[in-house]
Design a protein around this ligand. Structure first.
Ligand code: GLV
Ligand code: MG
Length: 319
């Protein structure tokens, strides 16, 4: 099992109906992938897609990426069979189940209990398989706090911009871009911040959804950069070309990572006996204190997860 808290900078969407795309996804460098049974799969292809997904998980070859399956809307006729077939058929090769269009905590509880039953039947430790909840409409957003607290299995809240834009009647056809005519700020700030605070209040990761203009890598970087700047952990990718830009945008810059590690080292030393038991100290031109340490921890953790090197470690001053 992949570490449920590990990095989710890029999450590759793979239609469960396409064995060819599933095979190709094995070679891509995303931190996570999800095999989709929902909106990328036509109703007539759902049953075959379940079989493809179970086979692909059991076959393996996914490295240490987080392995996820997105099941259908909990209100649909497909959802229960998705859970039964996928978790029964491949529960040992699955890290999380993604639940789309979540509108209230009871849907998460339903999934939690159903997975519990299957884990027992399989002899898996209860709680092994996680849940990721997609927030995709006005109801989901207004209930986001109770959704985020609904199950110990929850690992992440995931924004679904396309469904969300449709649900609130936003008159735009370009997912993730500012709606035409809205020139007073970021139309997604509220929803992303709302989702992010609900996630953090419950120890969950917060993930942004897709950017559909596959060829526009500049646009992808701009949109992903806004979410990364707020503090979200990652974003979906729909095409091999989107993986690298998204991994990069959600990793700290080398010099910020270096600075964060140096703040941690310097602060640990200044607060120690040898460093004079100081709660505030100067690091270069900047004063650092306990709050600086907490901010540095965030950047350092992202840099370590991204495997950034440490080139210029801080040394205590010589007397
Ligand atoms: C993803 O599911 C979206 O609706 O954007
Ligand atoms: Mg959606």
């Amino acid at each position: 099992m992949a570490d449920p808290q590990r990095s989710r900078r890029s999450c590759l969407a793979v239609p469960g109906s396409s064995p060819k795309m599933i095979d190709k996804a094995r070679g891509l460098g995303s931190d996570q992938f999800f095999l989709d049974l929902e909106d990328a799969v036509a109703p007539l292809a759902k049953a075959q897609a379940r079989e493809n997904v179970v086979a692909a998980l059991n076959e393996g070859g996914w490295g240490d990426r987080i392995r996820t399956v997105r099941i259908n809307d909990p209100e649909s006729q497909w959802a229960y069979r998705d859970v039964v077939d996928v978790v029964e058929g491949a529960g040992r090769s699955l890290d999380t189940v993604m639940l789309p269009k979540v509108t209230g905590p009871e849907q998460v509880s339903w999934l939690d209990l159903t997975i519990t039953q299957i884990e027992r039947a399989l002899g898996l430790a209860v709680g092994t398989i996680g849940i990721e909840a997609q927030i995709e409409d006005a109801k989901g957003l207004t209930s986001v706090d109770s959704i985020a607290a609904a199950s110990g299995r929850l690992r992440a809240l995931v924004f679904g911009p396309a469904d969300f834009m449709a649900s609130i009647n936003m008159p735009s056809l370009v997912v993730g871009e500012q709606p035409p005519g809205y020139d007073v700020g970021d139309a997604y700030h509220h929803v992303l911040m709302r989702l992010l605070t609900a996630a953090r209040a419950n120890g969950l990761q917060a993930i942004d959804g897709p950017y559909l203009q596959i060829k526009d890598l500049e646009g992808l970087r701009r949109v992903a950069g806004r979410s990364a700047a707020l503090g979200l952990d990652g974003k979906w990718v729909l095409h091999p070309g989107q993986v690298e830009p998204v991994n990069e945008v959600f990793s700290p810059r080398q010099r910020d990572y270096e600075r964060a590690e140096n703040i941690l080292d310097a602060y640990a030393w200044y607060t120690s006996e040898a460093g004079g038991r100081r709660g505030a100290a100067m690091l270069g031109d900047e004063m650092i204190d306990e709050a600086s340490r907490k901010m540095a921890l965030v950047v350092a953790a992202k840099g370590r997860a991204a495997g950034l090197p440490r080139e210029d470690p801080w040394q205590p001053p010589e007397n």
